[in-house]
Design a protein around this ligand. Structure first.
Ligand SMILES: CC(C)(COP(=O)(O)OP(=O)(O)OC[C@H]1O[C@@H](n2cnc3c(N)ncnc32)[C@H](O)[C@@H]1OP(=O)(O)O)[C@@H](O)C(=O)NCCC(=O)NCCS
Length: 282
């Protein structure tokens, strides 16, 4: 993938995920929507960031000179991550995905660990299984927050660039690699909450938890409680594996709903905990 391919990849990804979300809509969930201009710009900037940090990590498939599918990925020390993977609707199921995923995965083949956030598309799940990934079911916690049931949000403060070194150390212990250059995107998209004793952190934007990493479950509960206390009318915590049942307990105490949604795909590692991964930056 080159810089020039990024706008086409963005369109393919929006088309593919909109079609997938429409086909799999849960009665309790809001109707799927097209990406907003802001979301498109953030997607594009993030993908350009991958090309900058990991030239050779992202691949496109062309047919008759036109990009029809792609996979973006990156390496962070011991762990390879797949960020996005999509094929133009109408051309799916014909082997294009296998080719781009093989090319992207080869970039991380020599690393002991791999992570990806899988959609519910059965085509994606076949691909990931055949690429050597084990699929761990995930929960999404969502709904209005009953604040009367939240743990006290003591010992937390807003974080900043001066916190990134110890946060990277925590990520090394939890997933085998730091977020490094990805913190810049996460910081731009929301608020960073950290514990005063540097035992954990969370990125939140008032509506969605983007990422949470903690030394132990008590710290994780405190951080999630702080995110919920700061939430708007509704809040969503996606990407919760059963290894992170502490998050389910906090959400149920706050009277939120629990639904099963998607999978965490892993190679060479068990589901990280206490850890709630980011969908693309993992
Ligand atoms: C996931 C995706 C990128 C895969 O690309 P693709 O070109 O469709 O994949 P391939 O054709 O190489 O492989 C699809 C596999 O599913 C099988 N398949 C095809 N149609 C299927 C269907 N309707 N149900 C179940 N399996 C199906 C194929 O036989 C193939 O498996 P096999 O290699 O064991 O025979 C593409 O389908 C897509 O864009 N989906 C929507 C977005 C998405 O979910 N992306 C993944 C993000 S995590």
């Amino acid at each position: 993938m080159t810089e020039a391919d990024v706008p086409t990849a963005e369109r393919i990804s929006d088309d593919a995920f909109f079609a997938l979300d429409t086909a799999n809509q849960l009665p309790s969930a809001p109707a799927p929507r097209r990406r907003s201009p802001e979301h498109r710009a953030a997607w594009t900037a993030r993908t350009r960031g991958f090309l900058g940090s990991d030239p050779g990590g992202s691949w496109v498939a062309e047919r008759d000179g036109e990009v029809v599918g792609f996979a973006t990925g990156f390496r962070r020390e011991e762990v390879w991550c797949l960020a996005t993977f999509a094929v133009r609707p109408g051309l799916q199921g014909a082997g294009i995905g296998a080719q781009v995923l093989d090319a992207a995965a080869a970039y991380g083949d020599h690393l002991p660990r791999g992570m990806l956030a899988a959609s519910v598309d059965p085509r994606a799940l076949r691909r990931y299984h055949q690429a050597g990934f084990r699929l761990h079911p995930q929960l999404t916690l969502r709904g209005a927050v009953d604040r009367s049931a939240l743990p006290a949000a003591s010992d937390v403060r807003d974080g900043g660039p001066g916190d990134l070194a110890w946060m990277d150390e925590l990520d090394r212990a939890l997933r085998g690699g730091p977020h490094g250059p990805d913190h810049e995107r996460l910081l731009a998209a929301g608020r960073l909450v950290v514990t005063v004793d540097r035992s954990g952190y969370a990125y939140t934007n008032g509506a969605v938890l983007a990422l949470l990493a903690a030394r132990d479950e008590d710290v994780a509960r405190t951080l999630l409680g702080a995110c919920l206390a700061d939430a708007g009318e509704r809040y969503e915590v996606p990407h919760v594996t059963s290894a992170n049942y502490w998050a389910v307990e906090v959400a149920l105490a706050a009277r939120m709903d629990v639904v099963a949604q998607g999978f965490l795909g892993l190679r060479g590692m068990a589901p990280p905990a206490p850890y709630v991964h980011h969908g693309a930056l993992l």
